[in-house]
Design a protein around this ligand. Structure first.
Ligand code: NG1
Ligand code: MG
Length: 568
């Protein structure tokens, strides 16, 4: 049976009837009790948004390609009420009509704060803290949802007459910070859901379904300064227990739940945190945002080399996925001077794959798969962007010259507001492209493997299925290490150690440069595996970790349900 897309408009509390997370009930009750101690009233509701593990498809969401993550049980819970009892004990608004949101966290490490907001406006007055604080993500989510509500139905944001004087909030999170498990998106998503609940606009005529919440969370997180794709927020919102989520972004957001195969022996995903924190805000200009820029430049160069029709001025930044789609749906521009750019030097005409032999029609044979398209583009990218010296990268001047563009204008267009600083001044266009196309290909191969196993189409036995999954994960890691350069010595060490101790595949998960690894481990071997990782990595590098901390940094996990709201 083909896997069907997850309905994008389902109401957010569906997952709580009597879902796979019923065993969390105790933790929610505890949070409700702590809330009552803190504020003297019970919370009205608790919003939950989980972190995620990305099983395969790294650094390709912002290139428009699909990914295969899953939500994990670890999450951010936001208990809230708009009806505090003892308002005198709470900070007061500086003007009438404004609401004070009081934000506390059960963990003392995260200092309490409050912010003021006019809930009947579009959130434009809401500033993020100047210095990065855990509340930045919460405020970003608040700002995002207010703007969204306002744009969709101005003047009726709250659907009620009066703004509440206060929103009291208590947060409890279990996603380790900076670990590549998306604590940030869990927070932004939970905040967007909280404010959506308070607005009373989750249901009703202008209802905002899961898609709306996801889109808001994606946009909101960009306010915090990272040009991120949409994988984490989508995984947090749409995931289903025991399924990976195949998330496509183009032409529009679509999520399909792909059941994990039932193998014998069964398997687990084991997460191991390197305990090297990757703070994306601080490193974005050499790391994350720089990669976004390198891939955008790669897309421009490839489009030009393939003679694709120029984009209109106001379209969103060109991505590798758009280049692929355009290549397979539109014929190249006729020969003659390119309408906007000078001819590209040192270029051979692309050798079209046999199936697309007609020189003006690169259309694939009928029914050609995504795999075919990606293999074709990978080959073409190699011809057009690769070649001698290209592994070392190019300077801004060289890229601008190839594109026939003014360098400053190009930088302005591609980099936007967020600065980047290429290491040694070199933009590594070809190796980044090789990662992106080959990783996008691995995602489809992984999905096909899962689907053919579930449908019984494949003749592979369990151990071959597991080995094939592991091989794809290992290949992804290698590409992240060598071509995308988003690994680090600790991630290299942990993944190697994992493979030596029974993991069939092991890779970094999330942005990299620190954070966590995910390993595919046959279930019977999990306890032995975790012991070996504790001995081989944590005892050596972090000998002072307590027993509880050790349990927290390395654990087996299964895909869990996405975000929802728990009512009392
Ligand atoms: P992390 O840093 O692990 O939350 C980031 C991006 C994703 C995706 C991955 C790399 C954010 C919120 N998330 O994840 O969109 O690009 O890196 O695959 O920035
Ligand atoms: Mg993050």
């Amino acid at each position: 049976m083909p896997n069907s897309p997850v309905p994008l408009a389902t109401s957010l509390d569906e997952v709580y009837t009597p879902g796979s997370l019923a065993h969390q009930g105790e933790r929610w009750d505890q949070l409700a009790q702590t809330f009552e101690k803190e504020y003297g009233v019970k919370p009205q509701k608790i919003a939950r948004a989980p972190g995620r593990v990305n099983v395969i498809g790294e650094h390709i969401d912002y290139c428009g390609f699909s990914v295969l993550p899953a939500a994990i049980e670890r999450d951010v819970l936001v208990a809230f009420s708009t009806d505090p009892q003892d308002k005198d004990k709470l900070p007061k608004a500086t003007a009438s009509g404004r609401t004070v949101a009081v934000l506390r966290n059960v963990d003392d490490k995260y200092s309490p704060t409050h912010f003021e907001v006019d809930l009947s406006s579009w959130g434009g007055d809401l500033a993020l803290p100047k210095k990065h604080h855990w509340s930045s993500y919460f405020i970003a989510g608040t700002k995002g949802i207010l703007q969204h509500l306002h744009e969709n139905a101005p003047k009726t944001i709250l659907g009620r007459k009066e703004n509440p004087s206060h929103i009291i909030i208590l947060v409890a999170g279990t996603v380790p910070e900076g670990s590549g498990l998306s604590s940030s998106s869990a927070m932004t998503t939970a905040s967007a859901i909280t404010l959506l609940e308070i607005s009373g606009r989750r249901d009703g005529p202008n209802k905002i379904g899961r898609r709306g919440v996801t889109e808001v969370a994606i946009e909101s997180e960009r306010l915090v300064g990272v040009n991120s794709g949409g994988m984490d927020q989508s995984a947090s919102v749409f995931s289903q227990p025991l399924n990976l989520l195949h998330i496509e972004f183009v032409p529009k957001l679509q999520a399909t739940a792909i059941p994990l195969p039932q193998t014998n022996p069964p398997f687990s995903f084991v997460i191991a945190n390197t305990l090297v924190t990757s703070n994306k805000q601080l490193t974005a200009k050499y790391c994350y945002n720089l990669r976004v820029v390198e891939t955008r430049l790669g897309a421009l160069l490839l489009a030009k080399a393939l003679d694709l029709p120029p984009q209109s001025q106001h379209s969103p930044p060109l991505t590798f996925k758009t280049v692929l789609d355009t290549y397979f749906t539109q014929p190249p521009t006729p020969p003659g001077p390119h309408p906007v750019d000078a001819p590209m030097p040192t270029q051979n005409p692309p050798e079209l794959p046999t199936a697309a032999a007609h020189p003006t029609s690169p259309l694939p044979p009928k029914g050609a798969s995504k795999v075919y398209e990606l293999k074709t583009l990978l080959g073409l990218a190699g011809k057009e962007l690769g070649g001698p010296g290209m592994e070392d990268g190019m300077t801004w001047e060289q890229v601008a010259e190839l594109l026939g563009r003014d360098k400053d204008e190009l930088m302005k267009e591609v980099v936007g507001k967020q600065e980047v600083e290429p290491v040694n001044g070199k933009l590594k266009i070809w190796t980044r492209a090789r990662h992106v196309f080959s990783e996008a290909l691995r995602v489809y191969e992984f999905r096909e493997l899962l689907e053919s196993t579930a449908s019984g189409e494949t003749t592979l036995d369990s151990s071959s299925v597991l080995k094939s999954m592991g091989d794809l994960m290992n290949a992804s890691m290698e590409s992240c290490q060598n071509d995308y350069e988003c690994s680090c010595p600790e991630l290299d060490e942990l993944t190697a150690l994992a493979r030596q101790n029974g993991a069939l595949g092991s890779r970094l998960t999330g942005a990299g440069w620190g954070g966590a690894t995910v390993s595919l481990v046959p279930e019977p071997e999990v306890p032995k595996f975790i012991d070996a990782v504790r001995e081989g990595y944590y005892k050596k590098r972090f000998p002072n970790l307590s027993k509880a901390e050790l349990e927290d940094v390395c654990f087996a996990t299964k895909p869990e349900a996405g975000a929802g709201v728990y009512r009392f």
